[in-house]
Design a protein around this ligand. Sequence first.
Ligand code: URP
Ligand code: ZN
Ligand code: ZN
Length: 483
Amino acid sequence: MALLIQGGTIVNADQSFRGDVLCQNGKIVAVGENLDVPANTEKVDASGCMVMPGGIDPHTHMQLPFMGTVASEDFYSGTAAGLAGGTTMIIDFVIPSPQQDIMEAYHQWREWAEKSAADYSFHVAITWWDESVREAMGTLARDYGVNSFKHFMAYKGAIMADDEILVNSFDEARKLGALCTVHAENGELVDRLQKKVLAQGITGPEGHPLSRPPVVEGEAANRAIQIAQVLNVPLYLVHTSCIESLDAIARARQSGQRVFGEVLAGHLMLDDSVYRDSNWASAAAHVMSPPFRPKGHQEALWRGLQSGMLQTTATDHCCFCEPQKAAGKDDFTKIPNGTAGIEDRMHVLWDQGVNTGRLTPNEFVAVTSSNAAKIFNIYPRKGCVQVGADADLVVWDQEKTRTISKETHHQNIDFNIFEGMTVKGVNIATISNGKLVYFDGELRAVKGAGKYVDRPCYAPFYDALEKNAANLSVEPVNRKENS
Ligand code: URP
Ligand code: ZN
Ligand code: ZN
């Protein structure tokens, strides 16, 4: 059946205009006024509201096996919660264990994701290196629609990628025309600092930010950026949380390097005082990496977003409930790292971004949807309200308010880092693949309705090392024996 969104203001990243949107067979088939619609078309009244592209969260971890447990949110519950909050697509991560066959891990994650209620795609993490990994990168890029590879520069002894892995993987990605993404924290320093903090007798969650200060992130961000510069591969830094890495991104972009930065809704909103909560469970619930930062970093991140130095917003949605966090009761380094947010990102960004004047509605669309679609090469199929695009939409009532709470959220977690925040600007309807999946507080998510989204590679990037060598035109020095 066709679906008509009627009477709203369509807001894209580049323009806003009055119009109706007709959806059929999962696609937008007409946009404009006085549209001809088939008989029996279902209608959604959007008068007084904005009609925007559904949110894309480019950083989630549904049912991730991590730190001895498995994230409590699965692909169905997580994508359903996303739909309730206006997010219609996620890009999650395949994270092979070291030495695990990459294709085996990829197929495992694909199977887990079949129950998704919203569209999804995968970055694939490179956690170790040999020729089989190189081959798998090619197979994934050519045959499976994977155009981004992830590198964890932290988590020593588990999934950390050292410089040798980074260099091998970055150069292969360059040849494939794929994007490299990094979790930028110096894993060696984190390991050293964790041991020092524990040795001082600090075992609670307050030790977490002490062991991962901003400079540890800044060092890794600078290193990844410079490796990417030497190898001439585009780089995307996930969860940029502090001034140090924001500055690194800004410097690189000003010098013409293709570097992108993502920021999490949580890092924009919260500071590190959460780790000093007298309630252990509440402090532990905020343990994620990189940690929430001292006051001052949040405003800098907002300015990064406003200026375009940071392009995307995400959540790093990775849920662990209190019994799981309790694994680190006597040792903060054992608290599973992760916080939730997929249901709240759009609302928090609107309330603290648009309502404060930091972002225009069009910029809001850019940072919650279109920019991710462009960077990960699925635009304008996603990230845009136009004929031919997927019918993934959100109907937004700017006047409506809602109070965020774990008591009412759909996320499968017993904590909400935005608890008690009243936001103005609420999605009253979410459309996914042309179907009304959330309306007026009622979630109608369908298990398995989400589709895998192929993301084609860009053209290969040139080999800077070869080019530089050719440009040098320096003859080898001819040295005589014993001279
Ligand atoms: O603490 C976090 N962020 N957990 C998920 C894994 C990661 O580093 O993204
Ligand atoms: Zn990370
Ligand atoms: Zn993550």
